[in-house]
Design a protein around this ligand. Structure first.
Ligand code: PLP
Length: 264
């Protein structure tokens, strides 16, 4: 008897240009072998150059979407993307506890590549207090890690590794830290952090401006590989490989005048 395709739920925000957010998640989850369901918490008016508007959905409607999914589907993994404010975060934390999901991948989205704010300042604490205890793994970039630790963001690998150690001393939650934003023209390494170890996942840098939605795609692919039963370290490596592959061919796309998306 053939094994069924696993269901992955992304709870995230729409990106109208299709490069990041829930659209990237659905593409990445589908391309990595799972079925994607999606709950939207907000919509953005966005292109490859800027986010021009954000419209959050009513909390009771977000809750209805989640209840509809769990009333009908077996969900093997949940991926959380842009959640925007602390009320939405509190609701999602409540619903994840209620439905007791096995794998939860959290991308703590804060700022777009173009510099637009995607999380309100007073929501950072809600991530730490309410979502972190429910996470299988969190996928911050260097800037997001610094904000979560209340430290200054860094462009240097040595400082980032210090912050990774600080994380280990403060929280038991595993991280996959995305090092693509660091100052290193040769490499774009990522870092897998657990209370026991810090593993550098070495990767050559691909020089392209089309990096829109890489973070969303990485976390969604990670949720998908976990849903298929890969151990966490293996799923992290598979997700890194998936995004690397998408970056190799992204210059074939001609999506806009700014930072274009990766290919799925
Ligand atoms: N828009 C939405 C809806 C997102 O969820 C995200 C990232 O998670 C972004 C934009 C930012 O994507 P990027 O920083 O890759 O441009």
């Amino acid at each position: 008897m053939s094994k069924h395709v696993q269901n992955v739920l992304t709870i995230a925000t729409s990106d109208s240009c299709g490069g990041a957010g829930v659209q990237a998640d659905i593409k990445a989850i589908s391309a990595t072998g799972c079925y994607a369901a999606s709950v939207l918490v907000a919509l953005t008016a966005q292109n490859t150059q800027a986010v021009s508007a954000i419209h959050t959905l009513p909390l009771d409607f977000i809750e209805q979407q989640i209840d509809s999914i769990f009333a009908d589907m077996n969900i093997a993994s949940v991926k959380l993307g842009m959640l925007f404010n602390r009320d939405i975060i509190a609701l999602i934390a409540k619903k994840l506890k209620q439905y007791d999901v096995a794998n939860v991948v959290i991308d703590p989205v804060m700022v777009s590549a173009g510099g637009d704010k995607l999380l309100q300042d007073d929501a950072v604490q809600a991530y730490l207090e309410q979502l972190l205890p429910l996470a299988t793994v969190m996928t911050p970039n260097a800037h997001e890690l610094a904000v979560l630790l209340n430290e200054a963001p860094t462009l240097l690998e040595s400082d980032l590794l210090q912050q990774a150690k600080q994380w280990q001393q403060s929280y038991p939650t595993a991280l996959m830290i995305k090092g693509g934003g660091l100052q290193d023209s040769q490499h774009s390494n990522d870092y897998f952090v657990t209370p026991q170890q810090i593993t550098t996942l070495i990767q050559p840098r691909i020089h392209t401006q089309n990096t829109h939605g890489t973070g969303c795609s990485l976390a969604a692919a990670l949720a998908s590989y976990l849903a298929q039963g890969q151990p966490l370290i293996q799923a992290v490596k598979s997700a890194q490989k998936y995004v690397h592959k998408g970056l190799l061919t992204c210059d074939q796309l001609a999506v806009g005048k700014g930072k274009g998306p990766i290919q799925h």
